[in-house]
Ligand binder design. Structure first.
Ligand SMILES: [Zn+2]
Ligand SMILES: [Zn+2]
Length: 387
């Protein structure tokens, strides 16, 4: 039984997880983590490739003669958060912690590696992808740019994230849209400053930017398909300082979340048009910077692979009614970059009743160190079914 087999090394897996938790490393600095991962994979007989996107690692195991290949991705980076958990294995580095459970994701995939190396009950190629920098600056994007899927072609690629609040081990998945894109838009409305008593000699950027804020509310309400979720939030509005002065400019910071490429492109066009025309209508000019940093695209699950994840969850005894997600998650994930180029499925695994992700007292649930590898093991065996 897969469960009993994995239970045998559960103690060793939690020791690895606690060690990673004590030694968190931020994006593209996962040197120690990457070395531990490469060492474990090497011991198990995987062909190990290091140095992709700096600290990224790929472990490859080939069995039989099938040309089919599956990729499974785990992320390795921690966050710049100071841990307040008081756990015996709490972070030993002030200001850094595994507050998103990537220590657990990495360890679950190492657990799957052990199971697969031991049982070898598949026909084809398994690529286990350990990526740096999921948070903010996209290690996935850099791995792809450095030839990830050219060097390790995959028929499909899978990834999961733990999710607090859902019962430990509960799988949640849906076909189609699964995670949101987040775009950041910086707007400067340039007016003509002046004396508060002489508005006719100025072009007031506060009034113009207020017009922009109200006009933006019409995009989701009037332009976007109601079945395709989107959120536009003006999170910052900065201008002026004194009641007697009309300032020269006003600044807006806008966050845009969308779940499809079509709506993402549509909203961008509408924002550019409304901002420019509104500013002009009030005698001002606008400058727009769309995405000053890297923005993550929307994640899309190919129906066939979402179905496979669902089937494996059912095979492992989960209630079908609880697996199906009604709508996509509105957070973003850099796995979406992989989803743009390879058929794929991203899903969530319940972390039980834990603190929230990115909370300074969050901890990954060690129960998943059995449930996660069990799922990955079954998925590989289904995807690369031995004759
Ligand atoms: Zn995170
Ligand atoms: Zn995360």
């Amino acid at each position: 039984m897969i469960h009993d087999l994995i239970s045998e090394f559960a103690g060793e897996l939690s020791a690895i997880r606690h060690d990673l938790h004590m030694h968190p490393e931020l994006h593209f600095e996962e040197f120690r983590t990457s070395k531990i991962v490469a060492g474990e994979l090497g011991k198990l007989g995987f062909v190990v490739t290091t140095g992709i996107a700096g600290t990224g690692v790929v472990g490859t195991l080939v069995k039989g003669s099938s040309a089919r290949a599956i990729g499974i991705r785990a992320d390795m980076d921690a966050l710049p958060i100071h841990e307040t958990s008081n756990l015996p294995y709490a972070s030993r580095t002030a200001g850094k912690m595994h507050a998103c459970g990537h220590d657990g994701h990495t360890t679950m995939l190492l657990g799957a590696a052990r199971y697969l190396a031991k049982t070898q009950n598949f026909d084809g190629t398994v690529h286990l992808i350990f990526q740096p920098a999921e948070e903010d600056i996209s290690g996935a994007k850099r791995m792809i740019e450095e030839g990830l899927f050219k060097r390790f072609p995959c028929d499909a690629v899978f990834a999961l994230h733990n999710i607090p609040g859902d019962e430990a081990g509960q799988i949640s998945v849906r076909p189609g849209a699964i995670t949101a894109a987040v775009d950041i838009v910086e707007v400067t409305v340039q007016g003509l400053g002046g004396h508060g008593a002489l508005p006719h000699m100025a072009a007031d950027p506060i009034v113009a930017a207020s017009g922009v804020v109200l006009a933006l509310q019409s995009i989701v309400a009037r332009n976007v398909d109601p079945h395709d979720p989107a959120v536009i939030t003006v999170g910052a509005f900065n201008a002026g300082g004194l009641a007697t002065i009309i300032p020269g400019e006003a600044h807006l910071n806008i966050g845009v979340r969308t779940c499809s490429k079509g709506t993402r492109d549509l909203i961008r066009k509408r924002i550019e048009s409304l901002v420019n025309l509104q500013a002009k209508a009030f005698g001002c000019e606008a400058q727009i910077i769309y995405n000053p940093g890297i923005s993550y695209p929307p994640g899309y699950n190919t129906p066939e692979h979402a179905e496979l994840v669902r089937d494996v969850a059912i095979e492992l005894g989960q209630d079908p009614a609880r697996i199906d997600l009604r709508g996509p998650y509105m957070f973003s994930e850099d796995f979406a970059f992989m989803q743009e180029v390879v058929p794929s499925c991203y899903f969530c695994l319940g972390n039980g009743n834990s603190r929230s992700l990115h909370d300074s007292a969050y901890d990954f649930n060690d129960e998943l160190l059995i449930k996660g590898p069990e799922f990955w093991g079954k998925l590989v065996e289904r995807f690369l079914k031995a004759a």
